[in-house]
Design a binder for this molecule. Structure first.
Ligand SMILES: C[S@@+](CC[C@H](N)C(=O)[O-])C[C@H]1O[C@@H](n2cnc3c(N)ncnc32)[C@H](O)[C@@H]1O
Length: 212
């Protein structure tokens, strides 16, 4: 029965994504995170790590476009947005989105960011996932190593008061990683989106209001 429910949940979001023109059902994970934490508030410069096939980029572009009209006031505001997606595999183009085919752990990425943004970022999201081999412990540790590298990039490039979403896998070292992220932001939460299946041990860490 539980298996059936999981199947129907997957199928429902798959159909919804098809109908609404999103490239993958994972789009609804980001919508869910936005609904709960309002990560797109005043976000104009945004980086999506592990962006292929591009459904998060589609969601990001939607909110960035809305923000241009929504936040035109005396507080932090930009009259344009910049969105970059990075992935080791191809992502089909999206208008007004800069896509870089590269490994995010490579040192050249910093130059790519500097040239494109010329500034620190409002929001960084990472849905990066290592290629799982099926051993939960090994997968957890490999994902963790990748997430630490991404955190180096986050620390350097996310602006004061900026926000982060990063995917991790639950496991023995999750809490340690979570505790290390905690001092970087004023608010840190761990969240499993409703669209995520029970079988999956993925969990997202949300960091709001970077401290400096
Ligand atoms: C779950 S998918 C992302 C789905 C995407 N958020 C979407 O909604 O379309 C995870 C992605 O992480 C990418 N990835 C894994 N390791 C990476 C690395 N070192 N650098 C860049 N991308 C990586 C994979 O190629 C894969 O496309």
């Amino acid at each position: 029965m539980a298996k059936d429910q999981e199947y129907h949940k997957k199928e429902r979001f798959y159909r919804q994504a098809k109908k609404e023109g999103y490239r993958a059902r994972s789009a609804y994970k980001l919508f869910d995170i936005q609904k709960k934490y309002n990560i797109f508030k005043r976000a104009f410069y945004i980086l999506d790590i592990g962006c292929a096939p591009g459904s998060w980029l589609q969601v990001i572009k939607k909110f960035a476009e809305e923000n241009l009209g929504k936040y035109n006031d005396q507080y932090y505001y930009r009259d344009h947005f910049k969105i970059m997606g990075i992935d080791i595999v191809n992502t089909s183009p999206i208008e007004n989105v800069h896509i870089v085919k590269a490994d995010v752990t490579k040192p050249e990425i910093q130059a790519e960011l500097d040239v494109f943004f010329h500034s620190k970022l409002d929001l960084i999201v990472s849905d990066v996932s290592i290629k799982k081999i099926g051993n939960n412990f090994t997968d957890h540790i490999r994902q963790l190593a990748l997430c630490y590298k991404i955190m180096d990039l986050v620390k350097r490039n996310l602006k004061f008061k900026g926000s982060l979403v990063i995917k991790m896998f639950q496991g023995s070292d999750f809490n340690k990683f979570y505790q290390e992220i905690k001092p970087i932001f004023r608010i840190v939460k761990a969240y499993k989106p409703i669209t995520s299946t029970k079988k999956s041990n993925e969990i997202y860490i949300i960091g709001l209001q970077k401290k400096n």
